[in-house]
Design a protein around this ligand. Sequence first.
Ligand SMILES: Cc1ncc(COP(=O)(O)O)c(C=O)c1O
Length: 390
Amino acid sequence: MSDYNFETEAIRTQTERSQFAEHSTPLYLTSSFIFDDAEDMRASFAEEKEKNLYSRFSNPNTTEFVSKVVKMEGAEAGYAFATGMSAIFSTLGALLDSGDHIVSSRSIFGSTHALFTKYFPKWNITTSYFDVLKIEDIESLIRPSTKMLFAESPTNPGVDILDLEKMGAIAKKHNLLLVIDNCFATPYLQQPIKFGADLVIHSATKLMDGQGRVLGGVTVGTNDLMREIYLFSRNTGPAMSPFNAWVLSKSLETLSIRVDRHCENALKAAKYLESKSNINWVKYPFLKSHPQYEIAKKQMKLGGNIIAFEVVGGIDAGRNFLNNIKMCTLSANLGDTRTIVTHPASTTHSKLSIEDRLMVGITDGLVRISIGLENIDDIIADLEQALIVM
Ligand SMILES: Cc1ncc(COP(=O)(O)O)c(C=O)c1O
């Protein structure tokens, strides 16, 4: 349990100071650590002492980063990974056995979907998908072999919201592990453990870093589950680098103020887009018109920084809009200080059939914007000129 409020923990959770009495945590760029004598080494390896042994297992920088996320999410323990995908792969790989079955939301990040459909079946781990708008279907997909319920909320790129309280109740009733990818919300906006999640995963690459610099991932949850994940990971080697952990721990110090401004900008941009006649619809969790607005309000502090909208005119209109953009950037990342615009139908999801795309809510004209921290007037001016020249 936390001693201080969220913002204070993000700053004051700190690795023990060295003999130099530094104010801000230094970078411990070391692959291994030393022992006083044979007994110290034996006892440390036997985990009779809490000591760093080797940076694949732990390092003062990764421990500081993880401790912050553990407190922010209200978890018991955690482990930091090189990327969000290595967090997802290692977390599930550590806990699932051959023959296990996952029930997952259909709207999940592309590489997570590839993991479930292309690679897990090699180890006889199968997945059934439910539509994000029909979570009442979840129970009909549960089998005796179902071990895990997996979802993201808000979803990518459709910005749909899943009712985490209902998901928690279903997981509890059927004794399933509830695993939530909380990357779009960050622990500042939403803490899935409060609603019954056993494990929460993040791509720290997104809003946690928030400045488009480093890749990272983190999983937090209960002590017993994290112990399994830690043992699996210390043997298989997906650990976060000390350098990235140092950068990310500093980033968390400003997470709350950055995310506040991201959300303020995003709500203004969403309202602006909603007023435009050449846009069919706009989806942003804290717009009253969002189909799951009430659920978003219940489980999120603010609406996040991702907006989905559909320009009139289908795939060509979507592409034209992107071509007209001047200041904002076209990039695969999101959750950066810089506003990023993408057109999923012609890029990330172009290999899917139209039917499959529509099943996850990606229409031909859908544009996804990750609203940044530039002055909102400049962001809106860029969107305005791009819409006018279409
Ligand atoms: C929701 C979500 N989960 C996981 C990932 C994977 O994270 P990474 O790129 O850090 O591996 C992403 C990346 O975009 C994402 O958006």
